[in-house]
Design a protein around this ligand. Sequence first.
Ligand SMILES: *[C@@H]1O[C@H](CO)[C@@H](O)[C@H](O)[C@H]1NC(C)=O
Ligand SMILES: *[C@@H]1O[C@H](CO)[C@@H](O)[C@H](O)[C@H]1NC(C)=O
Length: 995
Amino acid sequence: MLIPYSSIACLATLVAGTVANFDRTSSDVVIRQTPNSQSPLQKNVTWDSQSLSINGERMMIFSGEFHPFRLPSPSLWLDVFQKVKALGFNTVSFYVDWALLEGKPGEFRAEGVFALEPFFEAATQAGIYLIARPGPYINAEVSGGGFPGWLQRLNVTLRSYNTSYLEATDNYVSHVAGSIAKAQITNGGPVILYQPENEYSGACCGALFPDPNYMQYVEDQARKAGVIVPFINNDAWQGGHNAPGTGLGQVDIYGFDNYPLGFDCGNPYTWPGSNGMAEDFYSTHLRLSPNTPLSLDEAYLLTPKKFQGGAFDPWGGSGFAGCASLLGPEFERVIYGGMNWGNLGHPGGYSSYDYGAAISESRNVTREKYSELKLLGNFLKVSSSYLTASPESASSGIYTDTTDLTTIPVVSSTTAYFVVRHNNYTNQSSISYKLKLPTSTGNLTIPQTGGFLSLNGRDSKIHVIDYDVGGTNLLYSTAEIFTWKNFTSGKVLVLYGGPGEHHELAISSTSTTSVLEGLARTETMGQTTIVSWDVSSTRQIVLIGDMKILLLDRNSAYNYWAPECPTEGISPGLSSQETTASSIIVKADYLVRTAYLQGDNLHLTADFNATSTIEVIGVPKGARNLFVNSRKVLFKVDKHGFWVAEIPYVPPKIELMDFKALDWKYIDTLPELSPTYDDSAWRDANFLHSTNTFQPLNTSTSLFGSDYGFNTGYLLFRGHFTAEGTETDFFIETQGGTAFGSSVWLNNTYLGSFAGNSIDENSNQTYTLPPLERGKHYTTTVVIDQTGLMENWVIGLDDMKDPRGIISYQLFGRDDTAITWKVTGNLGGEDYVDKVRGPLNEGGLYCERQGFHQPQPPSDSWEASSPFEGISKPGIAFYSARFDLDIPDVWDIPLYFQFGNKTSPPPKYRAMLFVNGYQFGKYINHIGPQTLFHVPQGILNYQGTNWIAVTIWAQQASGAKLDDFQLIKETPVMSALTGIKSVEQPWYSARMGAY
Ligand SMILES: *[C@@H]1O[C@H](CO)[C@@H](O)[C@H](O)[C@H]1NC(C)=O
Ligand SMILES: *[C@@H]1O[C@H](CO)[C@@H](O)[C@H](O)[C@H]1NC(C)=O
């Protein structure tokens, strides 16, 4: 079982008994209970059964997930954080991948693109709290679940209380937890929670589980390194593992994950049906961990239908477009995926880690789910009564006039939230209904002024009663709340409904009322003012007393933003429920990042993908001038006092070069096939034993890559023997993980390939040998493309040790010892050469060992030939070329490398893409599904020279070439974020001892 990724949210819960009788008045204020401090180590982060509190203030932790190592361009990290912040979220949780930081046992390196400090700084600048999840075990769809390949050699059960495993983790944890400790909130940093281990939830094969000593050790490691913020865990389901009260190994705040929609991106419109999940989770939670907030550490729970941030998609899968539909705005979540560059992924995934997430791998925010999430995030941010509310039993027919709908009241001492959904949440039909709600003025049937509400298709609604809008009581609203503010110029409440819907609200006030825009109807009824309207794509505005109510349709609401607007400094500061008081409302089409007031200048930072009108609603007192992205902008003040300005969008003409026109250079990167090739510098594969506990050795010497320190990328083996002339066939079992492939030659005669498929992680092949000459020396060359190490999810199985290499072989007519083997992977193995790009980026091909994939290879003497010409026989070709980009600084123009062949059946070949030395894609033409490879700015130099390299491994007799290989661009975004720096890109220089 592979459970990945996603987000945390501590759903505010309160065991408040029954609050069936709403006997409240609108003057009640939200009662903020003092949280019980249950953590003895610090006071900044506390919690009780209802919620977390930060510095004494209750907060809903609304978190995205973002893995810095999947976006190795640190100056873009702020971009992602700001896009998360703009959702109304306050937190990001992140993994750290041990395999990338300790490629050699004992040598911890976290520099350059791997450094964590810039990540912490960017989070602080954006005003985002962090949840640290550094493992040592993380899963995370990374190779080995984050375990470095050298753990394959440990002859003990991993993730167990066993000294040699625990000692192996000590160096990594002391360093990584040490850096995290420095960035804790107690030191003024953004880190508020720490998760040791991940999904410590299942075991087999006789492993002791759960082992309290093991979890305690992992926790003690972090404490020893100085981590004092509370520990959370992420049980893979509500198994109660390590929940508070379970003794040794318990965490402070119990959490679990859930992916209710599963991972079938091929059938995006089919939802697995299961109702009552939220209710079941909550009652189970009360049993397992009654004193901590309900916490979903991956995916999140909010309404009965809303969680899960994305889904992974395997080799040969249906592609992330399907995932984006499966987890679309109807049912969505979090946040930023990224790329599995440089061999960091596990065998179950390809180079993209887009995940169908709200923020795409190229960081655009055009997916509707981003906007949908923003509506929800901003609503909760301004709804502090939600933090002390508790869910009650789901029912049908009590709060609505139909038994076709289910309602869950979520009730606080003042406000109640009624979540209405179809009984069966997969239901796509439309249902008309009336609400029957117990408001502070008595039980009301709503709409009171005629008409019906409707729930159209896969939707759910959050209807509120007695909701405080800065001192004005919203008696009820059938439309959903986006945000509200209490400006010095008056209050603003922004509501939205779906297309074609009818809505009604009531305000406990009989102040003067007028309809400023649109056709909304108002009337007074007793002590209340009622507004009713039909949702329209044209905005409607009603004024009641000092409160302007904006009535929008959902699509228009997508264009509203509520950035915090500090007057000191330009950073919004760390999120707080309270800072919403100082935020403003801005309408702008694509993205509003930040707002701040400097003297009488109101600054906005915003991105645009089309010419748009921006409106500032609730201009801060004292503001006279408007600046957008540091440029002064002329504006008009409309009749409502909103500032209105036009922002022109004139994208630059960017002509991306035709790759066919580049000056390509070519070398054969399988010189091993040459009769004169000398492999004396290769490692002898002569170990008679392997310490690998997953796979017993059934060859005379070990042919497992990791036994010799080769843990990543392509592996090559050379087998030498002197023929007797009796040999007939060669049997070989190679293994490299799902979608792996292998090819075998005898001298320079091609014996054949296992081209791979979306299922097999190993393969048996028998090749017929040509007649061999007695007494003559022969060499077999075996190339294996491995797709990463297994994730080691099940404790005791230790499947990350599942070896990559040759599992068995037989030279028919000879015994096993006739062949002596040599092996290579990346140059240096665990003494990897490229400290900048890290231990996983390079594999064992000649071009990689030499470093030719880097900028400026010594290609003057190479043949001129391009990947469009390719090679006409089985083999592996290497191509390198340079090109320049000249993209103006303010333009964020995501680029993709597109691969593809139109011929059917698809030619069998594998390609690797290197950009400025970073491996940014493994393309398998006959497996797919990925054809587009995003490479971020920073890896690509947007103002300057770039070097690309492509390998083509033809796994069929006729050779292979690229039909399609081009650079394509997304819609240019005029971005507020400028000054993106290129990362370090060491150029080629001759490598000592390279072979
Ligand atoms: C942490 O708590 C201390 C003591 O209450 C407080 O002085 C400090 O400002 C808090 N730190 C942060 C980053 O809020
Ligand atoms: C692991 O160690 C045990 C105990 O020393 C030994 O019996 C066993 O053979 C070893 N297994 C491997 C695969 O090396």
